[in-house]
Design a protein around this ligand. Structure first.
Ligand code: ADP
Ligand code: GLC
Length: 472
């Protein structure tokens, strides 16, 4: 089977979060399972672009509204990622370092989607499946169904995976001419609350919709940033498939970023060496349990609660633990987390920014990973932390609910709590500190974590079965 993934991110080409990890790994596992998987994304100016060799495979032009733009598709020459990788260059729109965050993101991703569809329409043969991810590529299923110029693609089944329904890519109806000449009778498919809503249009137009965990799919019918009724209505075409992790990239016995490698047999000493490095680097105390947070500093992740939850834990539990935070996001949360380092020297530190190497070292050296998320479609951090023998401390929501069982329950191995509140986080930290005191139980749990299999193998099969159900 031949699958083409269209996405805004793909690790290690371009990554802003978990979407990059998933699109970097799933195609690799699909190839290993005997399929042809291709990935296409915008040609951002990232390090990966300059470090690899490329061939030009297609050049053409298209319209974005009244603007005529040229685009070029290049293909990575040596198959370094284990699957075919294509980048689409659009002068003036993709030539940026970052994936998102520009005032013309709407135009950037609209013209990217148009270029991809225009290019696919030129292929001599058709892929079996077009698999798009999140709102940045969610208009593709609509375009190939309802744009007059792309009707030759209309019979290709499309799958939309929702990694995060909080972001929907809404745009004003004045931009409806951005979508190449389309069947005006279908305006209702684009519309949601008087705006063009690419994610809603994708849910309605794709042949199948997947979410990245089962619980998230259920939750979206109750709370999905305004799309609840749509998820209820379209429930028949939606299915939850849990993300996996790339166990080759995330392997503590080979991870190129670590201070010291370890496996399940050398876990205690290996983790200790990594912890000592972290503590020396950040002025923390290796004999106390180390709690970390890694992620986007936004409300979804409940990062706004961290300053008080950390402060209360340090105060009420007598500084019996350390905290280390790595993240970037909303400026006021960044400022508060930085400022706090002056109040709690020796037991708290923070690194504001994005740092892939440090994140690996933190998963390896920490004792506990905090994830109090208000919304977590799947969450990869908890799976990385478990693979590195770090106990996840998570709120019961979305993918966290589906991947972590509290150690108080039969066969449990993590710490779970119900509310995204300072009180619940502090209480969970307390349970972690107490668990840490019982080194024997703590070690049993850490070994249990490292034995768990979160690789993509099972989910890859589920995606393939889903595709097969669509291909005649
Ligand atoms: P989301 O995609 O919602 O941000 P996930 O848990 O799915 O959350 O994935 C987050 C990914 O991004 C993980 O690979 C995590 O290690 C990484 N990450 C997040 N913030 C940072 C950061 N500041 N530095 C390095 N890696 C980060
Ligand atoms: C999103 C979600 C996260 C998920 C990731 C990969 O960014 O917020 O929970 O793990 O996508 O699917």
């Amino acid at each position: 089977m031949e699958i083409i993934h269209v996405s805004a991110e793909c690790y290690p080409v371009a990554k802003a979060g978990g979407l990059g990890d998933v699109v970097g790994a799933l195609p690799k596992y699909q190839v290993a399972a005997g399929h042809i998987a291709k990935v296409v994304l915008p040609m951002y100016r990232t390090k990966f672009l300059y470090e690899n060799k490329w061939d030009v495979v297609h050049k053409s032009s298209a319209y974005l509204g009244a603007t005529w733009f040229d685009y070029t598709v290049i293909k990575e020459r040596d198959n370094v990622l284990g699957f075919d990788l294509y980048l689409v260059d659009i002068n003036g729109l993709t030539d940026r370092e970052k994936v998102y965050g520009y005032s013309d993101d709407t135009e950037r991703f609209m013209s990217f989607q148009i270029a991809v569809v225009d290019w696919l329409a030129n292929w001599q043969h058709h892929p079996d499946i077009i698999h798009v991810h999140d709102h940045h590529t969610a208009l593709i299923p609509f375009m190939i169904k309802y744009c007059y110029s792309y009707q030759q693609l209309a019979s290709i089944p499309t799958v939309l995976t929702i990694h995060n329904a909080q972001y929907q890519g809404q745009m004003d109806w004045s931009r409806s001419n951005y979508i190449p000449h389309w069947d005006g009778w279908q305006w209702g498919i684009l519309d949601w609350h008087n705006m063009i809503n690419p994610l809603a249009a994708g849910i309605r137009s794709a042949w199948k919709v997947t979410t990245v965990s089962w619980s998230y799919l259920e939750e979206m019918r109750m709370e999905s940033n305004g799309l609840e009724a749509l998820f209820e209505y379209e429930r028949g075409k939606c299915v939850g498939i849990l993300n996996g992790i790339d166990t080759k990239v995330w392997d503590p016995s080979t991870d190129k970023y670590l201070e010291q490698h370890f496996d399940i047999d050398t876990m205690a000493s290996g983790k200790r060496a990594n912890k000592e490095w972290l503590c020396a680097e950040f002025g923390l105390q290796p004999d106390k349990p180390l709690f970390i947070f890694i992620g986007r500093l936004v409300g979804e992740k409940a990062a706004d609660l961290l300053p008080r939850a950390i402060g209360d834990s340090l105060y009420y539990i007598n500084q019996r633990m350390n905290f280390l935070v790595l993240g970037s996001g909303e400026p006021h949360i960044e400022a508060e987390l930085s400022h706090m380092t002056h109040y709690w020297p020796g037991v708290y530190n923070a690194r504001i920014g994005y740092n892939e190497q440090l994140s690996h070292r933190m998963y390896a050296g920490a004792d506990f990973l905090l994830m109090p998320s208000r919304v977590e479609p799947c969450g990869l951090n908890q799976m990385y932390s478990m693979r590195y023998g770090t106990v996840p401390v998570v709120r019961r929501t979305g993918g966290l609910r589906d991947t972590v069982i509290d150690f108080g329950e039969p066969n449990g191995y993590g710490i779970c709590f119900n509310a995204a509140s300072v009180g619940d986080i502090t209480q969970a930290v307390y349970r972690g500190v107490e668990l840490y005191q019982n080194q024997m139980q703590f070690d049993v749990i850490r070994r249990q974590l490292m034995e768990k299999d979160f690789s993509w193998d099972i989910s890859t099969e589920q995606y393939i079965d889903l595709y097969k159900s669509l291909v005649p």
